[in-house]
Design a binder for this molecule. Structure first.
Ligand code: SF4
Ligand code: FES
Length: 251
């Protein structure tokens, strides 16, 4: 089948504004959008710039907006976004991150927020250290199974309507990554991350729009994890006789 790809282009060295460039090519319906982009890059226009690495939905490099919705180009089949021969597919860079070039965005803030939640194991020193490995039951492990699937693609960060108004919001992905450790029974958990999560631009900025959950290519229940984290913060603050630092959002 023949498809038109309308791709948003921007070269910071020559362009003052982004513009849309159309590429027309023959593809198989079962090709992926990433295959089409690669064909353009290799055979039609070598200046087209985008990130990709694994090409199998693992590395999270190629999140972009395809026909208005965040998706991984390597996990999106042409037949799912092009209804018929001659269809047009619109491709834009992910939102809320400055465009570096074409479909490639700067991820400094996104990964800065990720680092801020301390996404690594911090042992709970109040419990005796095990002689061998830390033991965890299947039930304890299952509590944080969902957030372990996150590939840091940034689709949720791009789709989040709160970030339109509040670019300081830490964002859904960082909270999912924090939840991976907050709910780990072997971990120091929330206490080690309370300052960054319990603040107006932390979990409390989330307004439950569910856009993050809708676009997550790993089917993580992102909004649910954010609400679990809010609940955990309230529990901890109550146990300490303290108020949450929600800026009025939770009242
Ligand atoms: S939560 Fe989902 S959409 Fe967000 S970064 Fe992780 S994998 Fe991507
Ligand atoms: S290229 Fe790795 S997730 Fe798509």
């Amino acid at each position: 089948m023949t498809v038109h790809l309308d791709i948003q282009r921007f070269n910071p060295e020559t362009d003052r504004e982004s513009h849309v460039k159309r590429y027309t090519l023959d593809v198989e319906p079962t090709d992926r959008v990433l295959d089409a982009l690669t064909t353009i890059n290799r055979n039609i226009d070598g200046t087209l710039t985008f990130r990709r690495s694994c090409a199998h939905g693992v590395c999270g490099s190629d999140a972009m907006i395809i026909n208005g919705k965040e998706a991984l180009a390597c996990k999106t089949l042409i037949q799912d976004v092009a209804e018929s021969d001659g269809a047009t597919i619109r491709i834009e860079p992910a939102r809320h991150m400055e465009v570096q070039r074409d479909l490639m965005v700067k991820q400094d803030t996104f990964f800065g927020n990720y680092r801020a939640v301390k996404p690594y194991f911090i042992p709970d020193e109040t419990k005796p250290a095990p002689e061998k490995e830390y033991v965890q039951s299947i039930d304890e492990r299952s509590v944080f199974d969902d957030p372990t699937k996150c590939i840091l693609c940034g689709a949720c960060y791009s789709a989040c309507p709160v970030i339109d108004r509040n670019p300081n919001f830490i964002g859904p992905a960082a909270i999912v990554q924090a939840a991976r450790f907050v709910f780990d029974s072997r971990e120091k958990g929330l206490e080690a991350r309370l300052d960054i999560l319990d603040r107006p631009d932390g979990v409390w900025a989330c307004e439950n729009h569910f856009e993050c959950t809708r676009v997550c290519p790993r089917d993580i229940k992102v909004t649910k994890m954010i609400n679990f984290t809010k609940r955990e913060i309230k529990k901890l603050r109550e146990a300490r006789g303290e108020q949450t630092n929600d800026g009025g959002a939770a009242t």
